[in-house]
Ligand binder design. Structure first.
Ligand code: KIV
Length: 277
């Protein structure tokens, strides 16, 4: 049975930390689901991680729907959250409602995530009113990368931290079921987590959040050269994959693959008939 929003909230209320991961495709989603990850985010990090874009900005709604559908097909237990891409909700509340609805209607997601604080609170209120669960996202909001001037720690000063707290409160008051805190000092995420009833999910936000999220390709060591302080790699799959591919290429070149064991053979009788004719 798939996790529900009330169950996720109950887990957080009971003090259970929530592990969340991104996924973008069917096979990865199946593995995460089988490992018992309760929250899977089809992040717009899809842009850099899977599609090779320089940022999240070029990602389209149709691309998100294609990948979110695959993740939903690969899961039975996890709650799947579709990430609203750049300009899918900033243009108007009507666009926001229509595009959020697509995640539930076309992809089969159970919730959506969008970036922003007080500014998006009216839209969050509308979405929740129409039965679309919303996860907020404040701190470093990658869709505002040009405005922010890079992947910089947010909420460094007391004044900036108070702004973030006001954003978090506005999202909660608007009905968001949870909020991502990205790249903020641990003291700030601790304060916000203590102040909010809804669970906070941190990335680069220290240990005090109610849950944590990482990009699956980063965690698995498949994004060479990407080494932010907050990232812990739990495997080096990039090296494993390259090693396997190099061995395959060598064996094809040398003729060692395919060997007898990995080939299909006709019966000796049929072979004799074939060669006689
Ligand atoms: O797009 C994404 O993967 C995200 C997470 C990093 C929170 O927004």
């Amino acid at each position: 049975m798939r996790a529900t929003i009330p169950q996720i909230l109950e887990m957080a209320r009971a003090g259970e930390k929530l592990p969340m991961l991104t996924a973008y495709d069917y096979p990865t989603a199946r593995l995460l689901d089988g490992a018992g990850i309760p929250l899977i985010l089809v992040g717009d990090s899809l842009g850099q991680v899977v599609l090779g874009y320089p940022s999240t900005l070029p990602v389209s709604m149709n691309e998100m729907i294609t990948h979110a559908s695959a993740v939903v097909r690969g899961t039975e237990q996890a709650l799947v959250i579709g990430d609203m891409p750049f300009m899918s909700y900033q243009t108007s509340e009507a666009d926001g409602l229509r595009n959020a609805g697509r995640f539930l209607k076309e992809a089969g997601c159970q919730a959506i995530k969008l970036e922003g604080g007080r500014q998006v609170a009216p839209l969050v209120h509308q979405l929740v009113g129409y039965g679309i669960p919303v996860m907020g996202h404040i701190g470093l909001t990658p869709q505002s990368i040009h405005q922010l001037g890079g992947n910089r720690l947010q909420g460094r000063t007391a004044e900036q931290a108070r702004e973030l707290l006001a954003d978090a409160r506005a999202l909660e008051a608007a009905g968001a079921f949870s909020v991502v805190l990205e790249l903020v000092p641990a003291q700030v995420s601790r304060l916000i987590s203590e102040e909010l009833e809804i669970p906070t999910i941190g990335i680069g936000a220290g240990p005090y959040c109610d849950g944590q999220v990482l990009v699956i390709n980063d965690l698995l060591g498949m994004t060479p050269g990407f080494n932010p302080k907050f990232l812990k790699r739990y495997a080096e799959l990039g090296e494993v994959i390259q090693g396997a591919v190099k061995s395959y290429a060598e064996e094809v070149r040398s003729g060692a693959f395919p060997d007898r064991e990995h080939s299909h053979w006709m019966s000796a009788d049929e072979e004799a008939l074939l060669l006689d004719s």
